[in-house]
Ligand binder design. Sequence first.
Ligand code: SAH
Length: 348
Amino acid sequence: MDLFELETWLREKNSAQLEKLWRQADHVRAHSVGNAVHLRGLLEISNHCSRECQYCGIHVGRKDLERYRMTRPEIEQCIHQLVDFGYGTVVLQAGEDPGIIPSSIEDLVTWIKGNTYLAVTLSLGERPLEVLRRWKQAGADRYLLRIETTDQALLDSIHPGRPYGSRMDTLDRLSQLGYEVGSGIMVGIPGQTYEMVAKDIQWFKDMDLDMIGIGPFIPHKDTPLSDTLSRVTSKKEQVSGTETMVNKVIALSRIACPEANIPATTALASINTKFGREKALSHGANVVMPNVTPKVYRVLYDIYPGKACISETADVCHSCIKKRIRSIGREIGSGPGSRKKVISSNLN
Ligand code: SAH
């Protein structure tokens, strides 16, 4: 699809028309990645952060937030639990925490690869090439780093002190090092236009991303972006962070990138707690990331308000998610669920 078509779909309001988009995305999903929904256990290992991301509730300026960093035995216990649940991947996520020393992750990844069959995904922010290389050599398989928006001026304004180029360079390094690379965007950032989002979708394709995470921007009162309206210049051009808009971006990304692993994100489940995940799975998504963080810590990983599953245990999340997947006639994936490069380009 060219930029004009993408933008036209993003602006589409007619539900009969949208039904065609949902059907096409679901068809491409079934044909290219199948019916299995892969589960990735998400472990939020630290909420310390040295960055000032203007949208994020755990940014460095948030002085009132109690900070935590999980210990190695705590992490190992959670990993044993997610192995028992049958998940094929662990995702280790954190703020950009200088207290997480590279060798601790290196040791941890070595332990996971030596003691489990899990694929390891890291989501630990922008890190130097040498560190990323060490983690890869220890056995890490994948890395998630959302670009948030590919519009340089907008990205620079929400990431003070860390320009656009450094995030882009990190993504390039990750693919050169042989990681499966995941990126993605928030939809509805103040100042984000339809054209920008259409370009983001083209960028996903140009980057040949292995994983694409798309969620709504959810304003957090303790961040500079809490007062979202003051930033919006033209209402006509501003993309909203509604469920339908996010699902349009998911559907268009699936059509543009048939083989990518696309999660039904927690942020989407947070704005529609009833059926957010099921809807995303029916509109192109094929992955869910159940939270396996201990209950005491997950409330402190306060990146946005109203986060789904905040007061639940890993056990509860596990059975709830399995039920939701089966309720829409899909099956639970087995194994690591890596990206498979098998599809010819004739679907595009
Ligand atoms: N430090 C890591 C992990 C960040 S948290 C990194 O920089 O990659 C993971 C994701 O949560 C972010 O990439 C962002 O897309 C999302 N997020 C943060 N704040 C948010 C908000 N207010 N609304 C919606 N999503 C948010």
